[in-house]
Design a protein around this ligand. Structure first.
Ligand code: IFM
Length: 439
């Protein structure tokens, strides 16, 4: 018998800038990712999301692709600059119309829409005012969210505010690997706080419209390299700086103290009442899970390590460690924090797919990855975790941020010359898997 309950939601996920293209059409404004990807040297391959998968024009075909997969739900994101080109003020009705048609098309096909309001494509005019370093951006996000929910909330029940704010803040404003490409720890932490504030301000607005809302956090399981207490302490600290930096404040626990001390953060941007706003009760939480990280303390030498964890045997093309079991403690933590409605909002893998002459990819490695991760989630459910759904990343190959189109996560291959979508072996496998567990 399947461990997955009858109402378990099987889905696939994408994000606006990664698939839509049509960056200049129908009144869409510029986003920080347009600016960043068009700046020489920022994207490994020199590519942009100008065309991407051309989903903006091919959305009907994509709904077909989702429908034939037999999933219950589709997670996508709304492009803020398509809906509100300046980031504040006037709405672009043509942009809203696009998502309106998409939602109706999904519902007609019996697929439940799970939109995310922010998957990294901030309107460039807001960046000119400081972007996420500017507290006003948080207010702007709440206004934008309300405008979208006012239009779609009669048909969309479940919303996500932010996708992976760690990436927006730390990769975008601290490491410079993502748009807008700024650097400095202080910048990253300021951006993180304003992102969290944006989430907290948007939550009651969305709930007041009668909808459910949550946030999507990325978490890796931090595996100590050995039984040595120093490795354990290093893993705990890394965990605080990554997943818990966002999970704890959202859950009413404030910022993790050891990480605050380690950063030497003065918290000057945290105003009175902010932490209460950020802790606004949410209806569900999304976990994006890809890998574990093996953490070694640099305070001890190799000879001091006993009971060493074996070196990882398996990696994806991103260089991420394949470790399905790592999802279980993360899910148990979410349960222990009091969450009863948990979604795996992303999980999947990039592999060096090799198409045959017809473009077909026999991606057994991806099938094995998914199969083992589904088993791990089933185990977490057996242990009493309220996992309600699983969205595979991704429906189709797409623009993988700083890596351009060089990394492929799709269940369907995209031929970037013709923009044809060609289902891979994993697409058929996932379809059959869903049928088998739903029987
Ligand atoms: O492609 C990304 C997605 O946009 C956010 N989560 C991780 C994926 C793979 O890197």
């Amino acid at each position: 018998m399947s461990a997955f309950p009858d109402d378990f939601v099987w889905g696939v996920a994408t994000a606006s800038y990664q698939i839509e293209g049509a960056v200049d059409e129908d009144g869409r404004g510029e986003s920080i990712w347009d600016r960043f990807s068009q700046t020489p040297g920022k994207i490994l391959t020199g590519e942009t999301g100008d065309v991407a998968c051309d989903h903006y024009h091919r959305w009907r075909e994509d709904i077909e692709l989702i429908n034939e997969l037999g999933v219950d739900a589709y997670r996508f994101s709304i492009a803020w600059p398509r809906v509100m080109p300046d980031g504040v003020g006037e709405l672009n009705q043509a942009g809203l119309d696009f998502y309106d048609r998409l939602v109706d098309g999904l519902l007609d096909a019996g697929i439940t829409p799970y939109p995310t309001l922010y998957h990294w494509d901030l309107p460039q005019p807001l960046e000119e005012e400081g972007g996420w370093l500017n507290r006003n951006t948080a207010e702007a996000f709440a206004d934008y969210s309300q405008a979208v929910v006012d239009r779609l909330g009669d048909r969309v029940e479940r919303w996500m505010t932010l996708n992976e704010p760690w990436c927006s803040a730390l990769l975008g404003y601290s490491a410079g690997h993502h748009a807008p490409g700024l650097t400095g720890t202080e910048n990253g932490l300021t951006a993180a706080h304003h992102l969290l504030l944006a989430h907290g301000l948007a939550v009651p607005r969305i709930q007041d419209a009668g909808c459910d809302v949550g946030i999507v956090l990325n978490m890796d399981f931090m595996q100590p390299a050995s039984a040595h207490p120093a490795d354990h302490a290093a893993a705990d600290l890394e965990d605080e700086k990554f997943g818990r930096w966002f999970l704890d404040p959202v859950s009413g626990r404030g910022y993790p103290e050891e990480a605050v001390a380690d950063y030497g953060w003065d918290m000057a941007v945290v105003r009175e009442g902010d932490l209460d706003v950020i802790a606004a009760p949410i209806d569900h939480v999304g976990l994006n899970y890809y890998a574990i990280r093996i953490i070694r303390s640099d305070l001890i030498s190799e000879t001091e390590r006993t009971e060493v964890v074996p070196a990882p045997a398996e990696y994806t093309e991103m260089g991420w460690v394949v470790a399905p079991q790592g999802i279980v403690p993360l899910l148990e933590r979410l349960r222990d924090y009091g969450y009863e409605q948990i979604y795996i909002t992303e999980s999947g893998a990039a592999y060096p797919d090799e198409p045959d002459e017809r473009g077909y990819v026999d991606d057994q490695a991806r099938i094995s990855y998914l199969d083992r991760h589904f088993d791990a989630v089933a185990e977490a459910i057996d242990r009493g975790v309220g996992v309600k759904g699983y969205f595979v990343w991704s429906l189709m190959d797409n623009f993988e941020w700083g890596f351009g189109y060089s990394k492929r996560f799709g269940l369907a291959r995209v031929d970037y010359e013709t923009l044809e979508r060609i289902p891979k072996a994993s697409y058929g496998w996932y379809r059959d898997y869903i049928r088998s567990v739903q029987r």
